[in-house]
Design a protein around this ligand. Structure first.
Ligand SMILES: Cc1cn([C@H]2C[C@H](O)[C@@H](COP(=O)(O)OP(=O)(O)O[C@H]3O[C@@H](C)C(=O)[C@@H](O)[C@H]3O)O2)c(=O)[nH]c1=O
Length: 176
């Protein structure tokens, strides 16, 4: 596997192998032994389907933080993360990465996560190593200065008014 650690500690980008032919393509999503190096026991799988310019985030769990293995099965996203691990060398560092069918992203526990879809019918599929618990969930607003630039809205010619957000994601406060 082609694995690259990104600028936030223990965040990995993994190149997906696609076997293309006249029918389309085939790709494995997950083999336990390939991902043993992560020492992560995934317990839940999710997928979301979104229209273009949907922004979901920024989310994390407090008591039982979730590591996530994220793949964009259809369409394209800008994935934005921020390191909230106080003991991390890269504490409060943010980054963004474009994901489509070619790359998987791994984020360890303690990282805030969000993504913006760049195409209609974008499907994001991800595994987590802790169950979702709405009482444990926290977040902050996507416009927080610590991450705002990472959405690259200008580069993609996206206006704030075009963004589609849930009620919850519109009303998070700034990161304290
Ligand atoms: C995330 C999640 C949501 N839900 C429910 C709660 C709610 O009624 C509905 C929609 O939830 P949300 O609006 O929180 O979905 P969404 O905004 O897509 O939440 C996700 O955002 C991305 C950025 C992440 O990092 C994920 O971990 C998760 O927080 O689905 C579950 O039942 N299980 C889950 O694991």
């Amino acid at each position: 596997m082609d694995i690259r650690e990104l600028e936030i500690k223990n965040v990995y980008q993994i190149k997906n192998k696609l076997y293309e032919d006249k029918r389309g393509y085939f790709s494995e999503i997950y083999r336990k032994n390939d991902y043993e190096f992560l020492k992560t026991n995934f317990v839940q799988e999710n997928y979301s389907f979104s229209n273009k310019y949907t922004l979901r985030g920024m989310h994390y769990q407090i008591k039982k933080p979730q590591a996530k293995l994220i793949r964009c099965l259809n369409g394209q996203i800008i994935d934005v993360i921020l390191d909230l691990r106080k003991n991390s060398e890269t504490y409060l560092k943010a980054l963004s990465i474009k994901l489509d069918k070619n790359y998987t992203l791994y984020i360890p526990k303690g990282i805030a996560h969000g993504f913006l879809t760049l195409k209609d019918e974008t499907i994001v599929y991800y595994k987590t190593d802790e169950y979702f618990n709405s009482n444990d969930e926290d977040g902050f607003i996507w416009k927080d200065p610590k991450i705002f630039e990472y959405w690259n809205l200008k580069e993609f010619n996206i206006k704030e008014e075009q963004l589609i957000l849930s009620h919850k994601d519109k009303h998070w406060g700034y990161l304290r």
